[in-house]
Design a protein around this ligand. Structure first.
Ligand SMILES: [Zn+2]
Length: 103
């Protein structure tokens, strides 16, 4: 054979197409997660992921923008923001991570 067994791999049986597919799968999954984190914001009322560039329903709370899927969710949030976002809790951390930088 022209190519032989690649010497930099432990053995050709350790590097088959299943391994390759696994790597492709993780790359795609990682890419999707990155896209979701970059583009999506979580609606704290219903838990849906909202595209922050498309939704018209936003509120300012504690210096950050919160995104909603519908007017109903925004209204529920505006009535009692603290019910949906605990500033010391996990939800706040998640929003901070996904939120837009302050301008
Ligand atoms: Zn919603």
């Amino acid at each position: 054979m022209a190519f032989g067994t690649p010497s930099r791999w432990p053995g050709k049986c350790d590097w088959n197409y299943t391994t390759f597919l696994n790597i492709v799968f993780f790359a795609i999954a990682g890419g999707l997660v990155a896209l979701t984190v970059r583009r999506g914001a979580r609606d704290p009322v219903c838990g849906m992921t909202v595209d922050r560039h498309k939704t018209a329903f936003t509120s300012k709370y504690a210096g950050r923008t919160v995104y909603f899927c519908s007017a109903g969710c925004k209204q529920s949030f505006d009535e009692a923001p603290a019910r949906y976002i605990d500033l010391t809790g996990r939800e706040a951390a998640a929003l901070e991570h996904a939120g837009e930088p302050e301008r």
